[in-house]
Design a protein around this ligand. Sequence first.
Ligand code: UDP
Length: 235
Amino acid sequence: MKYKRILLKLSGEALQGNNKSVNIDPAVLEQYSEEIKTLKATGVEIAIVIGGGNIFRGGQAETLGIDRVQGDYMGMLATVINAMALQSALERHGMYTRLMAGIKMEQVCEPFIRRRAIRHLEKGRIVIFGAGIGNPYFTTDSTASLRAVEIQADVVLKGTRVDGVYNKDPEKFKDAVRYEKLSFQEAYEKGLNIMDMTAFTLCMENKLPIIVFDMNKKGNLLKVVQGEEAGTLIS
Ligand code: UDP
């Protein structure tokens, strides 16, 4: 295995699958669980950050007459709902998990304590980080970068529905070209939208590689961790 400890970032929106009328599609949970289980069987240590965009985003708040900071907390709580769904799915597939949150909610999860998170990983538990960093004005991408640095992960894997980073939106332009590899500097200069700036800078400053890959393609997660070409590597 090329990477021994990974941080997997999943978007909340991806949980909806193709059915935008539901927040969480059981088929997506099923598919993610299978992928993660296959990877776990190799002994790789897995931490996961999941977003909340399928339920609520802080950016929506103001249009609803809700204060921005309040909206961000609502978004953070949304990530906990997704994290709990994912936790349950992983456990149903026989994996051991712990949910740690950036906001205290003792009845449902542990608070985030760095040393404890590392211990869980060493014991083979999959650690899911919910509630983001616990602060407004951040995103779950920033959470992924920060937690990855804190737990000394070898890589951040950004699971998306496209198979990497393109020079322009591949869902809009047929002639879009995919990059196999990029340096942080190149990605920055080309203004490529990989993660938000806070998240991107944190990875760059800590020399933490990011791989953007298609999480919906069977076997891809394992491939990426084995170091096979299956997405875009930014390092
Ligand atoms: N959020 C926040 N602080 C954090 C993480 C998340 O305020 O540390 C809020 C923010 O409002 C964000 C929402 O939670 O819009 C949901 O997360 P995100 O949009 O990153 O989810 P994704 O796009 O990955 O589904």
